[in-house]
Design a protein around this ligand. Structure first.
Ligand SMILES: [Fe+2]
Length: 348
């Protein structure tokens, strides 16, 4: 099969840049599973383009689609024989993050308990939250790098409840959350009150520039932006604006489920423009819990097979950045603009 030609066809139809390599990964994945969500996970390119590729393979008689799965046909099996197999060699002990979970175990256990009563993910704010071990690992890596203890920390949005883990650790100098969702503000405040945690929470829409008291005031920020370039510019750019000095650090998630490598390039250019350096990118660090509104998403509408996901399939990389002398952030006001959707989006 001519994968380059197929990549061109899918790129045109989906308006998403897809490479031969992307298609080869999907074809490799088809030899392992017929579950559309697992295929999207393993293929590691934007979901609308993954599903468009499945349609193109179906048109060529290489896959067949049933009510529950996508299967390679006999011709399909012959066509994919020469493709590099898709393997998962990630470490079971750390769930592939490279950070052992066997530290601060009391905090981990307490957090697991507390987060059980958390608010559900809200479609209105494009929310989806990560597994408790993903949140806990964000704390562990920050601690390991010296970005937690004695630091002033800003969380720009906190549907993953990292502020609670940080509060329970009692290690940061201060913990501040700006969050748009009133329910989350209420939940974090309630937990902070009950557990005696020093967490300051403020309702805030990140489409607006940070108020002056937050600019240049923090050693570390964490955020998890929606996956469009304007949104990542708003969230991460504000994070960078909040940093105090060279050596201050930021952490955020960025996926390939809703972002092509073209968009990754756009993100990395943006970061370099702010004069911060990327110190780490950890593949599939963040694992999202299926958010419960799948049937209302674009991904569901595009899915060739309408089955509920059985396993967590949406994962993102963790980026760590560090500020260099001369760094600057983003103070643009996006007003009421919808900065949360583009051709590669699928969970909105
Ligand atoms: Fe490991």
């Amino acid at each position: 099969m001519e994968y380059a030609e197929l990549a061109n066809e899918v790129s045109k139809k989906s308006n998403i840049k897809v490479s031969k390599k992307d298609i080869e990964r999907l074809v490799g994945a088809l030899q392992k599973t017929g579950d559309p969500w697992v295929l999207a996970d393993i293929s590691d390119f934007p979901v609308p383009a993954v599903f468009e590729t499945l349609n193109a393979l179906k048109d060529r008689g290489l896959v067949s689609v049933s009510d529950s799965s996508v299967t390679l046909t006999e011709n399909g099996l012959l066509a994919v024989e020469s493709v590099h197999p898709v393997e998962d060699f990630s470490c079971g002990g750390c769930e592939g993050r490279g950070i052992s979970l066997e530290h601060f175990v009391d905090i981990r256990d307490r957090f697991n308990e507390i987060q059980r009563s958390r608010p559900a993910a809200s479609h209105d704010f494009d929310q989806g939250y990560v597994t408790p071990s993903s949140t806990f690992s964000r704390f562990l890596i920050g601690y390991e790098r010296g970005d937690i203890e004695g630091r002033d920390i800003l969380l720009l949005g906190d549907d993953d409840l990292l502020s609670i883990v940080l509060g329970l650790s009692r290690l940061p100098k201060s913990i501040t959350v700006v969050e748009v969702d009133k329910r989350l503000v209420g939940f974090i405040e309630e937990v902070a009150g009950a557990e005696g945690l020093d967490v300051s929470v403020r309702e805030f829409d990140l489409r607006k520039p940070l108020p002056p008291e937050h600019v240049g005031a923090y050693d570390t920020f964490y955020t998890d932006p929606p996956e469009t370039l304007p949104a990542v510019d708003a969230f991460v750019g504000r994070g960078i604006a909040s940093l105090r000095s060279p050596g201050s650090a930021g952490y955020f998630g960025f996926t390939r489920r809703e972002a092509s490598l073209e968009k990754w390039w756009g993100l990395q250019r943006l970061l370099l423009g702010y004069k911060v350096v990327i110190t780490d990118i950890i593949h599939n660090f963040n694992e999202y819990i299926n958010w419960g509104y799948e049937r209302d998403t674009r991904a569901w509408r595009l899915a060739p097979v309408k089955v509920e996901p059985r396993v967590n399939w949406y994962r993102s990389a963790l980026y760590r950045i560090e500020a260099l002398p001369g760094f600057c952030g983003n103070a643009k006001d996006y007003g009421e603009e919808n900065i949360y959707e583009d051709a590669e989006s699928s969970t909105t």
